[in-house]
Ligand binder design. Sequence first.
Ligand code: ASP
Length: 290
Amino acid sequence: MGPVVAIHAGAGDRGAALLEQEKRYRDALLRALGEARASVEGGGGAVQAVQAAIVVMESFELFNAGRGSALCADGSVEMSAALMRSVDGAAGAVAAVRHTENPILGAAVVMDSPQVLVVGEAADALAERAGFPQRPTSYFVTDRQRARLQAAGAGRDHATVGAVCVDGDGRLAAGTSTGGIRSQPPGRVGDTPVIGAGTWADPRVAVSCTGDGEAFIRVGVGRYIGALVEHGVPVSEASERALAGVGQLGAGGGLIAVDRRGEVAMPFVTEVLPRGVWRAGEPPAVWVAD
Ligand code: ASP
């Protein structure tokens, strides 16, 4: 079986902004899939493909990750990201970083260290020591997000980004990156960097989530799907069951998952989940406002 990559750009509403910018969203998703494809075709594995896709989406200012992240209540930006691979179960995450241009690359540094989760200034410093660019706050804070904070106050600003991949050797990886939820109190961390909640990869399935992070943590969505698949539940049913658990807590969102045979599930209970899939030998497919 050839490699399969799936990506998402956050569960959310079919708002006017999304419809107006549909083509830009579509192009960004296609670029992300294109980079992931170039990575695997260039000999990279599942981890590199996931990273490549997420770096593109973090750099696209309409997504809530990296540049263009949702703002905290005080107007500051705090980003989180996580990465996990199946080969050895290694995982790495950063939370509440403020300067690392691509938080997913910070997560990759942590993944190759003895730690699993590093937060705040120390996480930025770790990424900087590894050679990854640091940016001033002004790079991340866009006029669009400033206006949204002022206009709407607290709100579910999804558009978190994520990617999952099974490569040609059957290795899996998952990654997720976010600016969190608009108007969150500084210091609040959602499910994205919590391994087993918003991000998960094992030898059978890789998962990346988006939505009301507190509920995804309480359900342990990623690990739950992993356990169901381990016990023979198809990835689509496992994903639906995990999302139903989130629903029972009065919360919502969506997720993407791929199993080792390349089966993809992308359930969501919000109006939209901009997303895409690329399978070796096929053209990429993306959905923005369906
Ligand atoms: N799950 C993210 C969080 O709770 C938000 C999102 O998916 O948009 O921080």
